[in-house]
Write a protein that binds this ligand. Structure first.
Ligand SMILES: [Mg+2]
Length: 392
């Protein structure tokens, strides 16, 4: 029983209730305001009692629970609390896989000698998160990731559970199919329509039927149904930048072609940013000349963006001001870095300036609006290296 899964209870709402004692015991909804088209991000258990759920439209949440306190998402504070929780987790093992800001797997196979059994470690973690950070964290323990997470889901909120061998044999088959990893509402409905409600039903169903219902996930689901899950706990390395670049088959100096290429790169990078739920403050272009010198130009803004238009406009300005405009290039790249979480919704400053004003007036404007020196121009950079299409 080496795998531990932890999940903070109603995390955003709990941080708010911890920091604002007058909110304790009350329904708290963190997310978009009720008169907007946005959704609930997290709600306290007091709000859940009224049927409010995450991802529900805030207007619907308001109809269910008009007395709830609605609060905007304060990602900076939640990130800080999350970092403190992960610092505690990291004391018990280096093998930690973050699933989200408030959820992680720990592989404790190397930790028992020092810290004791998984149950002892889980109990300690829960006590420390409670006393040191004032938050509730639920813990599930199992022989693998699936069983550990299942245990957490069964013991939430504020619980700890070990999914034993005996439970794999006697409890798991009795659970409904939506307890299986990856079986959401659509698959559940599809399975139910074929008379498959419990995990036992799934194990007894003809394989051919399962394949029509589950496709390529059939074997994975059957493994899970038997309590088997081979996926290792994979420590997650934080992505620091997202970039794409193109090496041209022939050197290019036509501005129209460069413009087209930057448009395509901006589209790819913007898409990847949105997929990663990130917005960037720094935009960098990289240019390599036929003599293999590499130059980069970048700009950092206090506001964060993730849209193709802004990425392109900024990249295009950087190119026009690079001193390499119209010169032959063998490679061009576009990279986004200095990420903020997407929940920071601020107006885009990049967009307040038209591209013909040039990069200097953009920097000036940003510095005027914020502190002097808040926005800097990156220095020229030379680097040797290998050249091909790529991404980071
Ligand atoms: Mg949670």
């Amino acid at each position: 029983m080496d795998i531990l899964h932890c999940d903070l209870d109603a995390f955003f709402a709990s941080v708010e209730q911890r920091d604002h004692p007058e909110l304790r015991g009350k329904p708290v909804i963190v997310g978009a305001p009720p008169n907007s088209r946005g959704v609930v991000s997290t709600c306290s258990y007091e709000a859940r009692a009224f049927g409010v759920r995450s991802a529900m439209p805030s207007s619907q949440a308001y109809r269910l629970c008009p007395q709830a306190v609605f609060l905007p998402v304060d990602m900076k504070r939640y990130r800080e609390a999350s970092n403190q929780v992960f610092a505690i987790l990291a004391e018990y093992t280096p093998v930690i896989e973050a699933l989200s800001i408030d959820e992680a797997f720990l592989d404790l196979s190397g930790s028992h000698g020092i810290f004791g059994s998984s149950m002892e470690i889980g109990t300690q973690i829960r006590r420390r998160v409670k006393t040191e950070l004032g938050l509730n964290i639920s813990v599930g323990i199992g022989a693998n990731k699936f069983l550990a997470k299942l245990a957490t889901n069964l013991c939430k909120p504020d619980g700890i559970m070990e999914f034993t061998e005996d439970m794999v044999k006697n409890l798991l088959p009795t659970l409904t199919v939506d307890h299986l990893w990856g079986i959401g509402t659509v698959s559940t409905r599809r399975l139910n329509r074929s008379g498959i409600y419990t995990i036992q039903d799934l194990l007894e169903a003809p394989r051919q039927l399962l394949e029509t219902l589950l496709g390529s996930s059939t074997d994975f689901c059957l493994d899970l149904a038997r309590g088997i899950d081979y996926r290792p706990v994979t420590p997650y390395e934080e992505v620091k930048s997202i970039g794409n670049e193109i090496t041209f088959p022939e050197d290019i100096n036509e501005k129209q072609v460069i413009e087209q290429v930057l448009l395509e790169l901006a589209e790819k990078v913007a898409h990847r940013l949105r997929m990663a739920q990130r917005k960037c403050q720094t935009i960098t272009i990289k240019m390599r000349t036929p003599d293999f010198q590499t130059f980069s130009r970048s700009i950092t803004s206090p506001t964060a963006v993730d849209d193709q238009r802004t990425l392109f406009d900024t990249a295009w300005m950087l190119y026009q001001q690079s001193g390499l405009e119209g010169k032959p290039l063998r490679l061009i790249g576009l990279t986004a870095s200095r990420f903020q979480d997407r929940e920071y919704e601020q107006p885009s400053l990049f967009e307040e300036f038209s591209k013909d004003k040039g990069i200097d007036s953009l920097i000036d404007g940003l510095n005027q609006k914020y502190a002097p020196g808040a926005v800097k121009r990156a220095v020229l950079m030379h680097s040797p290296g290998h050249f091909r299409e790529g991404r980071n």
